[in-house]
Design a protein. Structure first.
Length: 57
C-alpha cells in the first residue's frame, strides 16, 4: 500500500491509499480524501478482505 499525492488548484493535496496486487499489478483499491486517518485505511483493507478474501501468506 502506498499513498498517491497530487495537488488541486488551491494548492491542497488530496491523499489516497492505493493498494496494488503484487502478482497481477492490478490496482485493487484507491480511496481519496483531504484527510485520511488509520480508520480509513483499516476500512479500505477490511473492504478488500470482504470482496477478495483474506490473503494466504
Amino acid at each position: 500500500m502506498g499513498f498517491a499525492r497530487r495537488r488541486t488548484e488551491d494548492g491542497k493535496g488530496p491523499r489516497g491509499p492505493k493498494t496494488i496486487d503484487k502478482d497481477s499489478k492490478e490496482s485493487v483499491a484507491l480511496r481519496v480524501g483531504r484527510k485520511l486517518n488509520a480508520g480509513n485505511v483499516v476500512n479500505a483493507v477490511s473492504d478488500l478482505f470482504i470482496s477478495r478474501g483474506i490473503p494466504s501468506f
